[in-house]
Design a protein. Structure first.
Ligand code: PLP
Length: 420
């Protein structure tokens, strides 16, 4: 459930009319709902309330905006980071270093040092050499790094190839059959406290069966390691739960997921860690846009909006679907294509889609844009970097400014050898 709804014929974000935001901030603009974020955080936490010990770290890459992170920090969430930039954001938003999990397949030695320096709570190790480097660096700093080994359980999450991460050909995790020996070698190193395992098999998952199979495999490995005398006090179950991008296509709820986790992990006697991203932020944001033209097409009309692939990359990158809804719907429907102004045919949000009839100047939203939306935005075609707004009841605030071309140009230089 979210707080973007039509009331008395026009769309609101909580108690703020969308048209009001467009008037004050301009378009395109991302609009987040604080109440929706909080609701999603609580629903997720409540779904896991039967588990004896949990830790939830929001996957910051899904939405790294400081205000969004602040809302989640106040809900008690830690952060799952994949870069030092994300670590800085998590700390700036009030997340505790001890509640930060450092994931990612390409952490540099410098990243490891910076994270140790800040007191990051857990490192998810992706390969043996990384663990060896982490141990050396921690030792040289007089510290011990708490770590888990990320395993690749070799299951197909049944999701889009570009967001699948748990098959043996993916770059993530160590092969599960090599994990026991590797864990033993890493556990013997000074400077490193190996405490468990991690996995994450993909994103936008609609089918719980592959996640369950992966969890069963990792649980068996955890029990095997404990049987061999290692301390195993945590298993990081990753993120990946899907969200409904398209009306009528409903993923398993956090409650159903929570029931599965409780059943599968019974008796593990560990702290279970979770890294949700999309399921928390996805439906807490929309991309508000204005129709520039409705261009008659040869087959279908093209609705040309002022948002483009540089603002919301998911359709161009993953063929993703985002529902498109008018802010002042007339009740009339048309079948049309929706595209942005960028000079790429890939800058198309939808083809042959039945949508609210819109005309030049009308406002509309792309729904479910709160995750992997603004964070993937670029300035391609020298467009401004899209701003972000957060609504709280009948108030709203700009939480990321529009970065205009003047500012981008100011960060560039013509070198001396070209100045004559
Ligand atoms: C991307 C990612 C997540 C979050 O995935 P969602 O599908 O957004 O829940 C969690 N953990 C890791 C390691 C990731 O790479």
């Amino acid at each position: 459930m979210d707080h973007f709804a039509i009331r008395e014929g026009r769309m609101f974000a909580e108690d703020v009319p969308m048209a009001h935001i467009a008037e004050k901030v301009g378009t395109p603009v991302y609009v987040y709902s604080r109440a929706t974020l909080e609701r999603h955080a609580r629903v997720f936490r409540d779904a896991l309330s039967a588990l004896p010990s949990i830790h939830i770290a929001f996957a910051i890459k899904a939405n790294p905006n400081l205000a969004v992170l602040r809302v989640l920090a106040r809900e008690g969430f830690g952060g799952d980071i994949v870069s030092i930039g994300e670590m800085k954001r998590a700390l700036a938003a009030g997340m505790k270093a001890a509640d930060i999990v450092f994931s990612g397949v390409g952490k540099t030695r410098g990243d490891l040092r910076d994270a140790l320096d800040a007191g990051v709570g857990q490192f998810n190790i992706e390969l043996e050499e990384e663990g060896v480097a982490l141990a050396e660096i921690a030792k040289s700093m007089g510290k011990t790094a708490t770590a888990v080994l990320r395993v690749n359980p070799d299951v197909d999450a049944g999701t889009h190839a570009k967001i699948s991460t748990g098959k043996s050909e993916n770059k993530f995790g160590v092969p599960i059959d090599q994990a026991p020996d590797m864990f033993g070698r890493l556990a013997a190193l000074d400077g490193l406290a190996m405490r468990g395992l991690a996995l994450h098999i993909g994103s936008q998952i609609f089918d719980l069966d592959p996640i369950e199979r992966a969890y069963v495999k990792v649980g068996a490995l955890a029990m095997q390691l404990r049987g061999a005398g290692f301390v195993i006090d945590r298993v990081d179950l990753g993120g990946g739960l899907g969200v409904p991008y398209e009306r009528g296509k409903v993923p398993p709820s956090p409650a159903i997921y929570g029931e599965m986790v409780a059943r599968v992990t019974k008796g593990w006697d560990v702290t279970l860690m979770f890294e949700p991203g999309r399921v928390i932020a996805g439906n807490a944001g929309v991309l508000l846009t204005r129709v520039i033209w409705v261009k008659p097409g040869i087959v279908r009309p093209y609705v040309i909006v002022d948002a483009a692939m540089n603002d919301l990359a998911r359709p161009a990158m993953y063929d993703a679907w985002h529902d498109f809804e008018a802010v002042l719907p007339s009740g009339e429907r048309v079948v049309a294509n929706i595209a942005g102004p960028v000079c790429e045919s890939g800058d198309t949000f939808a083809m042959n889609r039945e949508i609210d009839a819109v005309k030049s100047g009308d406002l509309a939203v792309f729904r479910t844009a709160g995750a992997y939306g603004a964070t993937m935005a670029s300035t391609y075609n020298s467009r401004a970097l899209v701003p972000e707004v957060m609504v709280d009841g009948d108030k709203f605030a700009i939480v990321a400014e529009r970065v205009v071309p003047e500012k981008l140009i100011a960060a560039e230089q013509v070198p001396d050898f070209l100045k004559d």
